[in-house]
Design a protein around this ligand. Structure first.
Ligand code: GDP
Ligand code: MG
Length: 162
């Protein structure tokens, strides 16, 4: 049985871009349609010889209940079904209240979490990761889902946590 990794985080932090980056050419991720709520999307993925399933939780973002509660509930379902979590935050925006709420939910779920600070597009921007140590999730991995920077190290850590 292969491990399941859920990708969670606020809207627009780059979850789908990261999933697409990890899947590469082997599968296309259909862009989320704003305002449409759909089921979790699970993809077969592989990294460094390990097969796993990757769950993009983006489909719940535009729920009528309001952004924050929609994220919380969709993330909860995905996390419950997952063996490990990649929690994505936006390094360019910095830490938000919603990030902290999601962390509380993740802590309660008790699944291993690897923290990805996305939109760290170059080495000079690595300092953006520093404030996220405060979340108490261990090392914040600075990545650029868009350019692929740091994604290998992130995956090594996430797969190690399985
Ligand atoms: P999601 O809502 O979390 O799934 O986020 P998306 O993957 O849809 O990305 C949201 C926006 O952030 C899009 O405009 C992306 O092009 C942009 N984005 C995603 N990853 C990066 C990145 O590594 N660097 C930068 N600068 N922008 C990114
Ligand atoms: Mg998305």
């Amino acid at each position: 049985q292969v491990g399941v990794i859920a990708v969670v985080g606020r809207p627009n932090v780059g979850k789908s871009t990261l999933v697409n980056r990890i899947l590469g050419r082997r599968a296309a991720v259909v862009e989320d349609t704003p305002g449409v709520t759909r089921d979790r999307v699970s993809y077969d993925a592989e990294w460094a010889g390990t097969d796993f399933k990757l769950v993009d939780t983006g489909g719940w973002e535009a729920d009528v209940e309001g952004i924050a509660s929609a994220i919380a509930s969709q993330a909860q379902v995905a996390v419950r079904l997952a063996d490990a979590v990649i929690f994505v935050v936006d390094g360019q925006i910095g830490m938000t209240d919603t990030d902290e709420r999601i962390v509380n939910m993740l802590r309660a779920a008790g699944k291993p979490v690897t923290l990805a600070v996305n939109k760290v597009d170059d080495a000079q921007s690595e300092y953006l990761t520093a404030e996220f140590w405060k979340l108490g999730l261990g090392e914040p991995y600075g990545i650029s889902a868009m350019h692929g920077r740091g994604v290998g190290e992130l995956l090594d850590a996430a797969l190690d946590s399985l």
